[in-house]
Write a protein that binds this ligand. Sequence first.
Ligand SMILES: [Mg+2]
Length: 246
Amino acid sequence: MRDTPPPYRTVVFDCDSTLSAIEGIDELGAARRAEIEALTNRAMSGELRLEDVYALRLALVRPSKARVERLGQEYVERALPEARALVNALHALEKRVVIVSGGVATAVRVLAAHLGVVDERVHAVELRFDAAGEYAGFDARSPLARSGGKVEVLRELGGERDARPLALVGDGITDLEAGEADGGADRFIAYGGVARRTAVFERARVTCATKSLAGLVPLLFSAAEIDTLSRRPEHAALLRATHLTS
Ligand SMILES: [Mg+2]
C-alpha cells in the first residue's frame, strides 16, 4: 500500500466514529439498538458485507424524516474535539475537504454545515420519505451502501482536476479498503479515537488514536504548512491541542 506524505490537495473524512463520536444508524435504533449495533460492528470489522446489513438495519429502524434531522443535531453535539478547527485550518490552506459516509445524507449534511463543508462535498446515502415524513426506502443504487463502494467514490474524487494527492481518514473497514485500492487514497489514516478496530489498525500504515482530531495535524499537514498555520492566531488553539495530544 503506497503512502504519500503531506501536503495534500484533498482531505476526505468518514463521518461516523471519525468526525462524530456516534454511529448514526445505531442512534436511530432505539428499541432495536443492540441488534443494530452488533450488525454495524460486524460490518465495520469486515465480518459481514455492508450491502447485507444496510437494508436490514434500515428496515429494522424505519427512521422518519424528523428523526433523521434530529440525528444531524446529535452528530453536531458529539462532533470530535477540534473537528471544526481542523476543517477551518484545511480550508485556510485551500484544501478541498470532503465527507464520504455510508450514513444518512440528510443527517450528515447537518454536521457538514456545522463544520463548514458545503453540501456538494458531502457524499452519503439518501433516504426516501413519504408525504407524511415516514420512511419509504433508501437509494439502493448508492455505492456507499455496499462494500467496495467508497473506493468508487474516492476514485471519482481523485479524478477531479487538481484533486491529488488525496488523504482519507476513517475508522472502518470500508475506509481501509478505499484507502488501499488502486486509485483510492494517496494516504490512508486509520482513526481510532472513538472505535479502534483491530482489523483496520493492523493493516493501516498510518494510524491515529488521539481523542481529539488535533492529533491528525502532523499527519495531514507538512512542516511548512504547520509553520504557515502557526503564524495565524486563529489556528493557535488547534496547534496547542496538537501538542497536548502527542
Ligand atoms: Mg466510520
